[in-house]
Design a protein around this ligand. Structure first.
Ligand code: BGC
Length: 271
């Protein structure tokens, strides 16, 4: 996929991206760095991949560090923000991307499967947002750097509005994320802190590899996407760059669906 050549829209800013050493998080981290942001790559496993991403960013003249932390544990989240601020001075952008699926029919779902998904996808977003907001408020607005005092992006899903059988834990976490995002946006707008979500559709990552790597299953997936192709991580990363840049100054409390029309009730296309 061709990458548009905008650069330096985030110069002088620091971004922390959770779950940033694979899939959508990795693409976002790389694209934010390409726009001039210093990047903190949060990860939970696969240090080698984290290293590769950091090397790539550094080779292109950017700055990045990795930090291993479980976003659902407040001590680890606190340590991560402390390290980020110690390294880069402050932080301007948080991308709540870390997310997991543990699918099971509701009557077979264990409490652990329910809890783990809620913990990572929803509580993790709360814990990281809380730390970011504390820093945004403490530092306040610096218009030389950005017209906003801070920006938070939640990587939600089309399943914040589309119910999903066999994945009640996941859909509940994303539905929860929607009102977490909107409530924070309402609360923080007077502080010039913007909070928004991106809702990807079926995006080609490891989380749904089982589907797109099997031609039959991929065909079934495509039937749900009017635009007739899977999303790529770059599609999401480009939206993230715009939503974190000053170009979207007046946008807060909204979800940007980047889904090839998956939320357009494609079953009704034939009337
Ligand atoms: C899920 C994917 C799924 C997509 C569309 C995402 O939020 O993580 O597994 O393919 O939604 O259903």
């Amino acid at each position: 996929m061709k990458t548009p050549s905008f650069f330096n829209r985030l110069k002088g800013q620091t971004a922390l991206v959770t779950g940033a050493n694979s899939g959508i998080g990795r693409a976002i981290a790389i694209n934010l760095a390409r726009e001039g942001a210093n990047v903190v790559i949060n990860y939970i496993s696969n240090e080698e991949e984290t290293r590769k991403i950091i090397d790539g960013i550094e080779k292109s003249g950017g700055k990045a560090i990795g930090f291993k932390a479980d976003v659902s544990r407040q001590e680890e989240v606190r340590d991560m923000f402390r390290k980020a601020i110690e390294t880069f001075g402050t932080i301007h952008i948080l991308v709540n991307n870390a997310g997991i699926q543990m699918d099971a029919p509701t009557d077979e779902m264990t409490l652990e499967e329910w809890q783990k998904v809620i913990d990572v996808n929803l509580t993790g977003a709360f814990l990281c947002s809380r730390e970011a907001i504390r820093e945004f408020k403490k530092r306040g607005l610096d218009e030389q750097v950005s017209v906003s005092a801070g920006k938070i992006i939640c990587i939600s899903s089309v399943h914040e509005i589309i119910p999903w059988a066999g994945r009640a834990n996941y859909a509940a976490s994303k539905g929860g994320m929607m009102l977490l995002m909107k409530s924070m946006a309402q609360e923080l707008a007077p502080h010039k802190i913007r909070v928004n979500s991106i809702a990807p559709g079926a995006t080609r990552t490891d989380i749904n590899k089982e589907y797109w790597s099997d031609p039959e299953k991929e065909k079934e997936m495509l039937e749900k996407i009017p635009y007739n192709r899977l999303g790529e991580t770059e599609d999401i990363a480009r939206a993230a760059v715009w939503l974190t840049s000053d170009e979207s100054e007046y946008v807060t409390g909204t979800t940007l669906f980047v889904d090839g029309g998956m939320t357009l009730y494609p079953g009704f296309a034939e009337g």
